[in-house]
Design a protein around this ligand. Structure first.
Ligand code: EPZ
Length: 431
């Protein structure tokens, strides 16, 4: 078990390099299963979710190897030429949500698949009915039994697929399967996140014929085979957003390098209301914190380009220390407010009911012994600890390592006082 020990009160300043996107690399790794060739993914951070996906590829018969490259992180060599199996057992699938993304690519490559129900952050029920409905519309036979999805894609056909909700994962699953289905598949009401466009670009670099990602209709002309490529995923807009929120809370001036301002417009619009200053450049964002942030008013999470649900938790920390009241509404995940209980231990003034939170900002909050409830809830508590008076111990930080790589090193380089400590005692979640 590991924890963060954080001493609050320091202002952050300097440069931070934003890593490639976890939520691009995970579907791209699933997409590698379709490719009977070698693929080089450049500058790959060792997110624990990436490591979990590598284990799944290796279970299937693939090979993955980190190799030195020309970027800050190593490159990842992926070779799925010897994929022989088509099953993902529970012990591998239960650690990540993105294990379900392999369903479409295993079906595309092997025609049959047996994939256990996925894991992922405990932020709601997270069903997979939209994934299954889409694959059935493309001619797959799918049986959901004993916690496993058994699928037969031998009678696949290209079709129009209408998603009942713009699910990110379901869009990605269907894109991957349809990319090797003969004929033209069109996906209506798809997710429009930048990571969907990134997956399209990756698959097209492997020889697929996909267009329209990022719009309200994706068109896929199936090809018989995909080939290898070298690919660099887009910048992680959620990591960038986390550092921007840190800048609004405890920043002097922070320069985000390798960031993509166009992917963070919904957040930037809200942060400007707190009276911080933000300068957008081509691949950099510069934020100057204000002496006392004002309330940003309200945020309501939505599918892209709406306000991202993945930044709702960090915004709860910011709201807790702004001057004034803020309203935060979580629409996507019914159990994505567990971090509020931990913020209350730090003296925050928050009332929540049915996904709606009213936050009364305070100029003082206090360090406490708190626990990471999920990936982004953990990031929220790191930010609160950096602001709080006194020290905070944040337990269960393995959940943070799923989607932030060397977070404590980046924050320390900016002047934050945070270090990783090993703790013997098992921390019991009391919820
Ligand atoms: C992806 O999860 C991201 N994960 C999540 O990021 C992100 O929060 C989410 O998209 C929304 O943007 C990865 O890309 C690995 P969804 P995903 O399918 O695909 C419901 C993080 O912190 N739904 O768009 O699981 C679902 O319950 C993680 O980095 C169904 O009902 O999200 C939710 O309410 C957390 N049936 C909503 O749709 C389905 O078949 C959005 O889910 C699928 C989804």
């Amino acid at each position: 078990m590991e924890s963060f020990y954080i001493v609050g009160g320091n202002k952050l300043e300097g440069e931070v390099e934003i890593d490639p996107a976890k939520n691009s690399l995970l579907p791209i790794l699933a997409g590698c299963i379709l490719v009977d060739d070698e693929i080089l993914l450049e500058n790959v951070p060792k997110y624990s979710d990436v490591i979990a996906m590598c284990k799944i590829l290796e279970h299937l018969g693939g090979k993955t190897k980190f190799v030195s490259g020309k970027y800050k992180n190593e490159d990842l060599l992926v070779d799925c030429r010897d994929i022989v199996y088509s099953d993902v057992p529970n012990e591998l699938a239960c650690s990540v949500r993105s294990s379900i993304f392999t369903l479409g690519s295993i079906l595309g490559r092997k025609k049959i698949a047996k994939v256990s129900y996925p894991g992922g952050c405990d932020i709601g029920l997270r069903p997979i009915d939209i994934h299954i409905a889409g694959l059935k519309q493309l001619g797959c036979k799918v049986v959901d039994k004993n916690g496993y999805i058994y699928a037969d894609g031998s009678k696949r056909r290209a079709e129009d697929v209408m998603l009942s909700f713009s699910s990110v994962g379901a869009t990605e699953n269907i894109m991957m399967f349809a990319s090797v289905c003969k004929g033209q598949t069109r996906i209506f009401n798809p997710a429009r996140e930048p990571e969907i466009v990134d997956l399209q670009n990756f698959l097209n670099k492997c020889g697929a014929k996909i267009s329209g990602a990022g719009s309200n209709m994706i068109v896929i002309d199936g090809v018989p085979k995909l080939h290898g490529c070298c690919y660099h995923a887009i910048s992680d807009r959620i990591e960038a957003g986390t550092f921007l929120i840190a800048g609004a809370m405890v920043g002097k001036e922070i320069v985000l390098k390798n960031a993509s301002p166009k992917d963070n417009q919904a957040l930037i619009a809200k942060l400007l209301k707190t009276t911080c200053k933000i300068k957008e450049e081509n691949d950099r964002i510069i934020i100057k914190g204000s002496p006392r942030p004002q309330s940003f008013g309200e945020i309501e999470t939505a599918v892209y380009p709406g306000f991202p649900t993945d930044l709702q938790a960090p915004m709860c920390s910011l709201a807790s220390v702004c001057d004034g009241y803020s309203l935060i509404i979580e629409n996507l995940f019914e159990a994505r407010l567990k971090h509020i209980g931990e913020l209350l231990k730090m003296g925050c003034d928050i009332r929540c009911k049915n996904g709606v939170c009213i936050v009364k900002g305070r100029d003082k909050i206090y360090g406490a012994d708190v626990i990471t409830t999920d990936l982004r809830g953990g990031a929220c508590l790191v930010l609160a600890g950096l602001y709080a008076e006194g020290y905070t111990t944040l337990n269960n930080i393995e959940l943070i390592d799923r989607g932030y790589f060397k977070l404590e090193e980046k924050l320390t380089a900016l002047g934050g006082e945070i270090k990783r400590i090993k703790c013997e005692k098992k921390v019991y979640n009391c919820y």
